[in-house]
Design a binder for this molecule. Structure first.
Ligand code: NAD
Length: 253
């Protein structure tokens, strides 16, 4: 019960096989009250209703488009009204697209950067004042091994750029808000078996990726959820501005 009595907000946590959903499940199993924020409002509510029950109040599902400041502000107001203090924010929402540099349209660039990077700023801005007023908190941000090795897994260069931007943003927020007791860290997963690849990951690509992974398996959503749990809990009380690899050894540096 690493999160007993804590409250947590997780973006992009509605999809059934996703990392966010696995994180919500693990957090609830560890005693946290969870708010699932997702662009798919119906799925967010459904996901919240399936989590392990906690004492008072229960979990909530909220509609939130992380690319939209007003939507983030509204979701934050609803979560804060339900929970009072929010202890943990997991900036997990993201999308990808397997294209090459010369194929990236202006719309592709805007969309990938907006969800993966601007969304982290929008949601952090919406929750940091509450954390600061309540003496601190923990923010975990989703980056990717693509940011560190320049793609070559699935997402295109715009995805690598957005996820690399997350690392800089998270480190800067860690520096700025450390004195307020707010820790900010990032996770950089390798290939995790979820539906984000939208059926576009071929068997050949999969076999090729597997050859470069010393632990000889692709990642599971729960592998990343466990790292989020560590970062959310007091086990990581002296960790901020860190980047934690969850890649089976795909990138050792
Ligand atoms: P997923 O598609 O299962 O989950 C993504 C979730 O984000 C979905 O529930 C989706 O509805 C939600 N979402 C999309 N756009 C949104 C928006 N604008 N506002 C709010 N919610 C939105 O995929 P996943 O693999 O679980 O991805 C979770 C995160 O992990 C993403 O940031 C992704 O880039 C990152 N990641 C994934 C992998 C991988 O191999 N699966 C590797 C590294 C990083």
């Amino acid at each position: 019960m690493l999160l007993l009595g804590k409250t947590a907000v997780i973006s992009g946590a509605a999809s059934k096989r996703g990392i966010g959903r696995a994180t919500a499940e693990l957090f609830a199993e560890n005693g946290a009250r969870v708010a699932i924020l997702d662009i798919d409002a119906a799925a967010a509510g459904e996901a919240a209703s399936t989590l392990a029950p906690v004492g008072q109040g229960g979990h909530i599902g909220l509609s939130c488009d992380v690319t939209d400041r007003a939507s983030c502000k509204a979701a934050a107001e609803a979560a804060i009204e339900a929970f009072g203090a929010v202890d943990v924010l997991v900036n997990n929402a993201g999308i990808t697209q397997p294209v090459k540099t010369l194929e990236i349209s202006d719309a592709d660039w805007q969309r990938i950067v907006a969800v993966n990077m601007t969304g982290v700023l929008n949601l952090s801005q919406a929750f940091i004042p509450n954390m600061r007023d309540n003496g601190g908190g923990s923010i975990a941000c989703m980056s990717s091994v693509s940011a560190q090795r320049g793609g070559g897994i699935f997402g295109g260069p715009h995805y690598s750029a957005a996820k690399a931007g997350v690392l800089g943003l998270a480190k800067a927020m860690a520096r700025e808000f450390g004195p307020a007791g707010i820790r900010v860290n990032s996770v950089t997963p390798g290939l995790i078996q979820t539906d984000i690849t939208g059926g576009k990951l071929t068997e050949e690509m999969r076999a090729d990726i597997l050859r470069g992974i010393p632990l000889n398996r692709l990642g599971e959503a729960r592998d990343v959820a466990s790292i989020y749990l560590f970062l959310a809990s007091d086990l990581s009380a002296y960790v901020t501005g860190a980047v934690i690899d969850v890649n089976g050894g795909m990138l050792i540096h």
